[in-house]
Design a protein around this ligand. Structure first.
Ligand code: F6R
Length: 248
């Protein structure tokens, strides 16, 4: 097991400012920085901070981004798609070149081909820092608990807990996508640095197990214990089961 950094903050705002500052340092010190990005509620305040940095003069015109995942069956114009989410919260407000934005296409006519295409994108643009959220069940990206974890980009059924957690964003349960296309575990681990962000009580158990539990496919985030450069950024609630020496 490698050393994993844990940084705990009193508020979501401070934690998000910390991550935004780490990202700002990377994009201002690399010629061609590549950011791996996540969606969901957790990184919204981070994207707000990045938009603010842009308003204060930080350019994103040299940045490449690669998103973790997308719902199968939702197009870029669907308000629940991750493509739509990323534009709404970040891309529409910064000067990033649209050709340098990479998000899996949930509407691709051939999903196998789309998975291979996305793998080629990840191989061509090695990720400098991958932002991750974590599911209550320990998923990262949409690598759900199970007997096997998949190395590369693949289509996966969403776990019942994930469907329940995501139902809040959809008008009707029948409209909820049942599958997603997601980066695989090996691609996530190939990022040079990983920042996992978790906020709130409901993430506390998954955070504890992923840092201290045995490495198991039943808690996919435990695989991060094998990576050399991982930082967990938490609020107090998500850190509540951690020994105090770790979480200070
Ligand atoms: C999103 C993703 C997911 C989320 C996770 C937590 O791109 O890959 O793994 O990070 O489900 O979601 P929130 O932040 O909504 O609690």
């Amino acid at each position: 097991m490698h050393f994993m950094r844990v940084r705990q903050f009193a508020t979501v705002e401070l934690a998000s400012l910390y991550v935004a500052s780490l990202i700002e340092f990377i994009i201002s010190s690399h010629e061609h920085p590549v950011l791996g990005l996540a969606t969901g509620s957790t990184p919204i305040p981070l994207y707000e901070r990045l938009v603010n940095f842009h308003r204060q003069g930080q350019t994103f015109d040299h940045v490449t981004t690669i998103n973790l995942d997308e719902y199968v069956g939702l197009g870029a114009n669907h308000p629940n798609s991750y493509n739509y989410f990323m534009h709404k919260h970040l891309f529409n407000h910064i000067d990033i070149n649209p050709a340098q934005v990479h998000i899996p296409n949930g509407m691709a006519p051939n999903m196998d081909e789309e998975c291979r295409r996305f793998d080629r994108v990840i191989e061509s643009f090695p990720i400098d820092v991958q932002i991750l959220g974590i599911g209550r069940n320990g998923h990262i990206g949409f690598n759900e608990p199970g007997q096997l974890l998949t190395a590369k980009t693949h289509v996966t059924p969403l776990a019942p807990e994930t469907l329940n957690a995501n139902a809040r964003f959809f008008k009707s349960r029948t409209k909820l996508p049942t599958h997603a296309i997601t980066m695989g575990i090996k691609s996530i681990l190939s990022a040079k640095a990983i920042i996992l962000i978790a906020f709130g009580d409901e993430k506390a158990e998954a955070v504890y197990r992923s840092l201290f539990g045995p490495i198991t496919t039943e808690v996919p985030a435990t695989i991060l214990q094998t990576h050399k450069n991982v930082t967990y950024v938490l609020d107090k609630q998500a850190a509540k089961y951690l020994p105090s020496a770790v979480s200070l």
